[in-house]
Design a protein around this ligand. Sequence first.
Ligand code: G3I
Length: 470
Amino acid sequence: MYEDGIDGDSLKEVVAKGIKYIDIGAAVLPKPLFRPDVDEVDDDDLLENIPNEPADSVRDGIYRSSTSSIFTNTLDPLVASTSSREAGAPDEFDIAPKIPTRYARTLRHEFNAVVVEHHLKWAPLCVETNIAGPAQEPRRLGRYDFHHADAIVDWAIKHNMKVKGHVLVWHVTSPTEILEEMTPEQVREQLRRHIFTTMAHFRGRIKVWDVVNEALAPDGSLAENIFYRKLGPGYIEECFRWAHEADPDAMLLYNDNKVEGMNGPNKRKADAFFHLLAGLVKNGVPIHGCGIQAHFNAAGTGRNRPPTPRMVKNQIHRLGNLGLKVNISEMDVRVSQLPPNLRQIAQRQIYHDIVAAALTEPAFDGIWLWGFTDRHTWVTHFYYDDEPLIFDEEYGRKEAYYGLRDALSSIVPGEKFGAGVLLDTDEDEQGNCWGHQWIQEPVEDCLDASFSKPENDGVVGADRPDWELT
Ligand code: G3I
């Protein structure tokens, strides 16, 4: 059970003592932020203020159930969110708990920044206009409903926490069915309108944005998503230029996954990530940084194996040489496929070593977890039961928490910079490979820097999220 202030400094208290400012952020969901966990309150009068849980509404249609893939939930997120909202269905935003939830207390005590996990994306924000319109009329995008995202953003600002905007352009959470019906010029107009509308609404409150997310296919080619097909490969550059026009003061980022390590398990995609960014910088596109997501599976093999600290350090270094800032943007570490006795060792070492290595690079400016308690993680809804985060289901600090805190301590004056992690090699003095206590692949593979085999690189131009292909 989490209680403020026990057991040493919090993560943000450690970071505040560091030689440079680092974001220590977490992705936030509205329900646990504004509504106590079911076993959290035994105070009836508090409960009576909570409307009945809306039927497992089909809002935002993606990820609706643990078994479904986001590609089988064909329900258009726009229609779902409008219907449940306009139907007056109560939702997690319609109440203000009388006491801060455990989730809120832990979040504001441990982190100095938040990112909105879902409710700041295109589909949840923008609702269709003519749902009941004549069937033959083209479906159009209409008004924006910011009240969900505003509730989270304003909560964070009230608690002096930075907010990262995530994400303006991601084909997976765009009103794709409606965009498919449009001409390229109409899509271009809608995309530009979305960027300007969203950034203008939050201007002054959100100063750093993930502009484009996951535009690369597993093999490093550009994903042939709706924007690529309608606007061509130049859409990425266009989006950054529109974002800069919408808010010239904003820091603009490109975000992707399985790109974390140079010459590592995803060599081709990591190289493509670097070359994509190098090209944008060379063309004078207003891009200021990038996010490497770090959705790791400790039991992963082949392309799904975590990169070593050396690989991550080298990737951040070459991105920094482009003049870009780099953050770890969505870290979580799945362990449930490991033997139980290896799970905590593996998770602690990955959080510790990867972050300590990243912190040795001047370009590195933040570590963002994708959630922070195992009670609320996307992994359980999308993959299987797992414990990928640093607080357990009762908000207790896990071994991984202490590993991350020790890594963050490495930038505090007087502490050991790099935290003793292998940075120039992948094997220790005894010839043991990094992670040898828990890695599930033959250890010799670890020494082969380019052990991503072409056949493992996935489909050319695939627009399915890479992490879905694991
Ligand atoms: O808020 C509603 C809730 O009212 C309703 O009861 C519930 C059940 O229908 O759905 C809730 O919305 C869900 C939302 O997550 C919040 O839990 C949406 O249906 C669901 O589609 C949404 O999934 C998110 C997904 O992005 C799409 O936005 C995941 O939480 C989130 O972890 C995931 O995050 C992505 C990053 O943006 C990009 N990188 C990969 C990462 C993992 O997929």
